[in-house]
Design a protein around this ligand. Structure first.
Ligand code: FES
Length: 126
């Protein structure tokens, strides 16, 4: 049985950011493009591209996460698929133009809840 080196999860619930509301946003096409390149390069035994539900990073356009490396990309389009496979999967390079900064990860409900809890907590001077 093979062991995957990379598992690419493509959120199939994401809405496109405003600048991509021109029909280019399609998670199914993105996933298909990733799978096509994986197959073309003979990587099917090592790399998978799967659909996922919400990854709780909804403010970042089309979100993709690659595990176990925990590389988060946002605003991803079908046109980025080859770069992701060639540069990130094969060469181990993080694509800075797509990377979601670590300080923004988990910026959804968890952070908002934490902010609300911290703002209602008594301050150290009170
Ligand atoms: S809907 Fe895609 S990350 Fe939430």
């Amino acid at each position: 049985m093979s062991k995957f080196t990379h598992h690419i999860f493509v959120c199939n619930k994401c809405k496109p950011p405003k600048h991509l509301r021109d029909g280019k946003h399609d998670s199914a096409k993105l996933r298909a493009a990733l799978k096509k390149e994986i197959k073309r390069l003979g990587l099917k035994a090592q790399v998978r591209a799967n659909d996922s539900g919400c990854l709780d990073q909804c403010d970042d356009g089309q979100v993709v996460v690659i595990y176990p490396q925990a590389i988060w990309y946002g605003g991803v389009t079908e046109g980025d698929a080859e770069r992701i496979i060639h540069e990130t999967i094969l060469a181990g390079k993080v694509l800075e133009d797509l990377q979601i900064p670590s300080e923004r990860l988990g910026c959804g409900k968890v952070t908002k809840k934490m902010e609300s809890e911290s703002s209602s907590a008594p301050s150290p001077s009170s």
